[in-house]
Design a protein around this ligand. Sequence first.
Ligand code: ATP
Ligand code: MG
Length: 160
Amino acid sequence: MNFSQYIVQLVDNLFLTYRLGNENISLNMNIDEDIFFGMDTAVPLGILINELVSNSLKHAFYGRDKGEIKIELLREENGESKTKGCKSTTFTLSVSDNGVGIPEDLDIEDLDSLGLQLVTTLVDQLDGELELKRNYGTEFIIKFTVRGNTDQELAPAQYN
Ligand SMILES: Nc1ncnc2c1ncn2[C@@H]1O[C@H](COP(=O)(O)OP(=O)(O)OP(=O)(O)O)[C@@H](O)[C@H]1O
Ligand SMILES: [Mg+2]
């Protein structure tokens, strides 16, 4: 499926859902065009984006009247790997906001709430790496690699 198109619809819908009280939250999207993923990648990635953007809309701007949410999905071609003709592509997803920030004392590895637990589990499922920056607001950076070219359906590397 064309994930670049899907992500725009998904985020538009989330903004509609959480529009009450978030009228002045702006959205900044930087998504590489024509990113195709197989379902093994698209499903976990879609849920991840859903959780992270929902969190920004629900928690980041509490007591604030404006702010920005930024979503980036960028590809980086890795070239030919040792296995003949088998290319891989690394993607970086970043979901950030300039809101109040995740509370200092909150350990995202050890949570009772479901959302961020789901996020760490799904990043593992993608065989990806998760980085959380708490400098200005909140930024989640997820890097993952899929086998294949971008013009064919991509599956997580571990399934090939
Ligand atoms: N972008 C953010 N800005 C500020 N605080 C955040 C942000 N994302 C998460 N948090 C804090 O981290 C906590 C845990 O998030 P998590 O998604 O796990 O739970 P939740 O959103 O409260 O519930 P749910 O299970 O419905 O997702 C939140 O309750 C909130 O305090
Ligand atoms: Mg949540």
